[in-house]
Design a binder for this molecule. Structure first.
Ligand code: SAM
Length: 217
C-alpha cells in the first residue's frame, strides 16, 4: 500500500475541516471533493495553498473558487449520476472536474481563451473525458445541447440570464450568484410543472459574469 501524499492529506483535511462542519453532506459531492486533485488546477507556485479555505488567482484576473463554495454549488444540484450539466465559467476547470465525477457529461463554457486552453490540458492529463468545453458567451447557454438537468454559473451577474432558464429541463436546477459587482446572493432556480421557483441560499462574492445577459465588459 502506498502512503498518502502531502496533497492527499491536505485534501482529506479540507473535507473534514471546511466541508463537513458547514453542512456538506451529499455523499457523491464529498467523494468528488476527496477525489479531484485541486492542486493540479492552480499554478505550480500555488499548489501548497490549493486546499486552503479561500479562492486563489488563476490568471487573467479570475479565480478558482473556495472549496466550500464549489462543494455547496455541486450539492445543490443533487446529482445522482445520469445528468447532463452545463457550467458557465470554466476558469481553472476544477468545478467542471468535480461535476464530471458525479454526472454523465459536463458542458462547460469559458470566455477567456488562455484559461480554457489550460483547463483542457488538465482534463486530458487527468483523463476526465466526459467534459466538453467551448469558448463563448455562456450567458446565452448552449442551445444545441439543451436542455440540461443542472446548470451551474460560477460568475456573478445582475440577473438570471433568460436563456439559461429556457435551457433548464423540467425538474432541473440552476445555481447562480445574482447581485451587484461586489456581493451576490447564491440563488437556486427550480423548474417544476411549468413553474419557476427561486430560493436564496447564502451571500457570496464572485467575479463578474460578462456577456449579453450579464454585465457589459
Ligand atoms: N469554475 C471555475 C473554476 O473551477 O476554476 C471558477 C471560475 S471564475 C470564479 C469565473 C469564470 O467565469 C472566469 O474564468 C470568467 O472568465 C468566466 N466568465 C465570466 N463571464 C462569462 C461568460 N459570459 N461566459 C463564460 N465564462 C464567463
Amino acid at each position: 500500500m502506498t502512503s498518502p501524499s502531502p496533497y492527499d492529506i491536505k485534501r482529506e483535511r479540507m473535507v473534514e475541516e471546511q466541508l463537513l462542519p458547514r453542512g456538506i453532506h451529499h455523499s457523491a459531492t464529498l467523494a468528488a471533493m476527496r477525489a479531484v486533485p485541486r492542486h493540479l488546477f492552480v499554478e505550480d507556485a500555488m499548489q501548497m495553498q490549493a486546499y486552503g479555505d479561500y479562492p486563489l488567482p488563476i490568471g487573467a484576473g479570475q479565480t478558482i473558487s473556495q472549496p466550500y463554495i464549489v462543494a455547496l454549488m455541486t450539492q445543490v444540484l443533487q446529482l445522482t449520476g445520469a445528468e447532463r450539466v452545463l457550467e458557465i465559467g470554466t476558469g481553472s476547470g476544477y468545478q467542471a472536474a468535480v461535476l464530471s465525477q458525479i454526472c454523465e457529461r459536463v458542458y462547460t463554457i469559458e470566455r477567456i481563451d488562455s484559461l480554457l486552453v489550460r483547463a483542457r490540458k488538465t482534463f486530458d492529463k487527468l483523463h476526465y473525458h466526459n467534459i466538453v468545453s467551448r469558448i463563448d458567451d455562456g450567458t446565452e447557454g448552449w442551445l444545441a445541447e439543451a436542455p440540461f438537468d443542472g446548470i451551474l454559473v460560477t460568475a456573478g451577474g445582475p440577473k438570471v440570464p433568460e436563456p439559461l432558464i429556457d435551457q433548464l429541463s423540467e425538474n432541473g436546477r440552476l445555481v447562480i450568484p445574482v447581485g451587484d459587482q461586489f456581493v451576490q446572493e447564491l440563488q437556486v432556480i427550480e423548474k417544476n410543472g411549468g413553474n419557476v421557483k427561486h430560493t436564496t441560499i447564502e451571500q457570496v462574492r464572485f467575479v463578474n459574469l460578462i456577456g449579453a445577459h450579464g454585465w457589459r465588459n
